[in-house]
Design a protein around this ligand. Structure first.
Ligand SMILES: [Ca+2]
Length: 354
């Protein structure tokens, strides 16, 4: 199944205007649509997307292997068939990974991952999960879902097993993001809670339908969306600004099983280049020298003043507030006039009857 999605589709569809709606409601709705379309145009203006084959892993996975020309290397328990790339089988103590051999020099990108986690283990008796990577180094096996600890770059964890019995406020599987400059360890015992930038609980296991994850990095903003309910609809999981990632790192995926296990399958990884304009100052710096970091630990959902937010709804500026108030006032006046006219007509009609 192919699935090409515009990032703009992450927004909700605009409702149609009902003919039966009162005038004032129509005006308010029009206002809302006006505001919405300004946000919409922020996204689509000059923002096309392109699939980058050298960073994509697509059936039947040609170019995967150990030949010098291959674009993907794999390691450990990873099994490549024509239908899926199985990072681990549903067996204990397995680790596997697959890594892009081509460093990525895109400044703004979006990765869509189709995956399948399935196994015979009953609820809470399966593990451990898989991780998506954008890191300086590749093919370094280790204890973090099959990859090395103290990594340098970005990790997205799809953690299917709860290690931290204190953290009962969240359910598993749990998806989270972490950015590391090499100084931080991933704490398995805490399910990475102390270093996570954000996350969400998502039922992703043993689904009959396709399950997807999207990772978007653009202008310092990291967004993770999931589509796991067979509704063909992305749901937001993580959205944070102030994230600094360099170019020239490698994409990869890894998984691990322990005492409990699961099949961790990657069906596809599709990389899209986002066409985003940067300032001259941004363009003139050497993006390969950026050290991975995060300046804002609060989610932009709670922080609408986030200056890096560029594609989700921007905060209302002064003139927008003025315009909104003016139009609301106009709406009230129109409603009052219409109401007065209707009232007068009724009065006249009533007079005629009596
Ligand atoms: Ca865990």
């Amino acid at each position: 199944m192919t699935r090409e999605r515009s990032p703009a589709l992450w927004l909700h569809p605009q409702p149609s205007v009902s003919r039966k709606m009162p005038v004032c409601h129509k005006i308010l709705l029009l206002l809302w649509l006006l505001h919405f379309s300004s946000v919409y145009s922020d996204i689509t203006d000059g923002n096309a997307e392109h699939l980058k084959r050298e960073h994509s892993l697509i059936k039947p996975y040609q170019g995967v292997g150990s030949s010098p020309s291959s674009q993907w290397d794999f390691w450990g328990s990873t099994l490549v068939t024509s239908q899926y790339v199985r990072l681990t089988p549903d067996e204990r103590s397995k680790q596997g990974s697959i890594w892009n051999t081509v460093p990525c020099y895109l400044k703004d990108w979006e990765m869509h991952v189709q995956f399948k986690i399935h196994g015979s283990g009953k609820k809470n008796l399966h593990g451990d999960g898989f991780a998506m990577w954008y890191t300086k180094e590749r093919l370094h096996p280790g204890p973090v879902f099959g990859n090395q600890d103290h990594f340098v770059g970005l990790a997205i964890f799809v953690d299917t097993f709860r290690n931290d019995l204190q953290g009962m406020d969240r359910s598993f599987p749990y998806i989270s993001a972490m950015v590391n400059n090499g100084s931080l360890p991933y704490e398995h015992g805490k399910d990475g809670r102390s270093t996570e930038l954000g996350g969400c609980s998502v039922e992703v296991r043993n689904k009959e339908h396709d399950t997807y994850l999207a990772i978007r990095y653009s202008k310092g903003r990291l967004t993770i969306m999931v589509d796991v309910d067979d509704q063909n609809d992305w749901k937001e999981c993580v959205d944070i600004g102030g994230v600094r990632l360099p170019t020239g790192y490698y994409f990869g995926a890894s998984a691990a099983t322990g005492d409990l296990s699961d099949n961790h399958d990657i069906i596809s990884m599709k990389m899209y280049q986002l066409m985003v304009e940067h300032t001259l100052e941004e363009d003139s710096q050497d993006w390969t020298k950026i050290e991975p970091s995060v300046s804002l630990l609060k989610s932009p959902k709670d922080n609408i003043d986030d200056p890096t937010g560029n594609f989700r709804s921007s905060p209302l500026t002064g003139w927008k507030v003025f315009l909104l108030l003016l139009c609301a006032l106009l709406g009230i006046v129109v409603c009052a006039v219409v109401g007065a006219v209707v009232f007068q007509k009724r009065q006249e009609r009533n007079k005629r009857f009596y």
